[in-house]
Design a binder for this molecule. Structure first.
Ligand code: CTP
Length: 403
């Protein structure tokens, strides 16, 4: 999956002949799973029509602050557009627009939006070769990069003037590739390996029966997806769960029992930077597993249980440089019990769910958590979707591993 997938891409088009290539560019962004909005300078409409771009982007194209042709006479708010975008890309970026960007001129919607944008801004220069090497253009390019804007360099080749040299806008495929690589290289968990556990465990009684619990695995799977979106390679050890995941950075290892989960975790633990254990592991298992299905009798049946291995504690004991995160599901004395678990299991952080909170726990789609770290710093969060909770958890981890 592309790192651009799900991102809001704002494409600014200025008046260069390379504007004709932006139809392909919009198409490629959409194909990567991005949501695309287009702003055009008025003069760029001589090179490609707004109709083409609005059809391809599936959104209205904006060009002026105030749309006279629109019967609702809508004011195109540059601040809203600038804040909407996760990524802004100005392609083609003419010498004129580049120069205006350097000194804060905002005599059209595109430039005003550029000044309002808080997201990363990429620009792909396109002009004739002499314009490209002119000292004023060089100054613009350097100045914009000193602002933190990211240049997608022009390439060499035949230009619209018939001259051959540097100044051609990068090809649409190369622009998308450039942005994907740039975003990937800056992901906060890039290069990090994470071990995750999720879901319940099933402890066999006989060949057809087991002791299990209601954990859906959803929380753990959401954390795995969030971590992978931020560049981590995730080893997701999952008990029986109907959750699905499709991401080349997530390796799913399916297990059944607590013992299977213990073995899988220790296989990967030495090699990871972070371990997050969200599984609802059975604390006990039947001491003897019957070889054959246990037949019904009229008398009562007693199954003797023995403790399973505490996986989290065993990882705490074996800890070298790993950042170890546990979960705690408590019904009373929540914070005190969670703090005890931090100490006894040698954790860096614990995510506490209280069953006293409505909407928290392992069966539903929401969760309400408190995060406590090993210094006993404590932060409580609102009731949120499990996806949002996963972002909070990962952010708290990132803050601490970078501290
Ligand atoms: N855990 C584990 N292995 C077990 C039991 C629990 O790795 N055999 C992990 C869970 O994945 C969770 C944490 O330990 O991250 C805490 O689980 P919890 O059930 O809240 O606590 P327990 O240690 O089992 O203690 P208690 O049930 O007494 O609260």
């Amino acid at each position: 999956m592309s790192v651009i997938s799900g991102k809001k891409v704002l494409l600014g088009i200025t008046a260069g002949i390379a504007a004709y290539k932006t139809a392909s560019l919009v198409r490629l962004f959409i194909k990567s799973g991005a949501e695309v909005k287009v702003i055009m300078t008025p003069a760029s409409k001589d090179f490609i029509t707004p109709l083409t771009l609005s059809t391809l982007s599936k959104n209205p194209v904006h060009s002026t602050f105030y749309d006279k042709e629109d019967e609702n006479e809508l004011w195109n708010n540059h601040v809203d557009l600038g804040l909407w975008a996760d990524v802004m890309i100005i392609a083609p970026a003419t010498a004129n627009t580049l120069s205006k960007m350097t000194n804060g001129t905002c005599d059209n919607l595109l430039l005003a939006t550029y000044l309002s944008a808080k997201c990363p801004v990429y620009f792909a220069p396109a002009m004739d070769l002499d314009m490209y090497i002119h000292p004023s253009t060089k100054t613009s390019l350097e100045k914009l990069q000193s602002f933190g804007n990211i240049m997608i360099p022009a390439t060499s080749g035949e230009l619209a003037s018939g001259l051959v040299g540097e100044g051609r806008m990068a090809e649409p495929e190369d622009i998308v590739d450039f942005i994907e690589k740039d975003i990937t290289s800056k992901l906060p968990l890039r290069g990090k390996k994470i071990l995750m556990t999720a879901g319940p465990t099933y402890e066999a009684i006989d060949p057809v029966r087991f002791i299990g619990n209601h954990s859906s695995g959803k929380m753990g799977f959401e954390i795995a997806k969030t971590a992978a979106n931020l560049g981590a390679e995730v080893f997701l050890v999952s008990g029986p769960s109907s959750q699905t995941v499709k991401d080349s950075l997530i390796h799913r290892i399916d297990v059944k029992s607590a013992q299977d989960m213990y073995e899988a975790c220790h296989k990967y633990y030495a090699d990871v930077d972070i371990a997050i254990l969200s599984a609802a592991v059975a604390d006990y298992r039947p001491k003897n597993v019957a070889d054959q299905k246990i037949k019904k009798k009229d008398t009562s049946l007693t199954i003797e249980l023995e403790p399973t291995k505490d996986i989290l504690k065993s990882l705490g004991d074996a800890k070298k440089n790993q950042f170890l995160v546990g979960f705690a599901l408590e019904t009373n004395n929540e914070v005190e019990n969670a703090k005890k678990k931090i100490k006894s299991k040698n954790l860096d952080l614990i995510v506490l769910n209280s069953l006293q909170d409505k909407g928290a726990g392992f069966a539903g789609d929401t969760n309400k958590i408190t995060i406590i770290d090993k210094g006993f710093n404590q932060k409580s969060f609102q009731l949120k979707s499990k996806k949002e909770v996963s972002v909070d958890i990962i952010n708290e981890i990132i803050q601490r591993i970078n501290a």
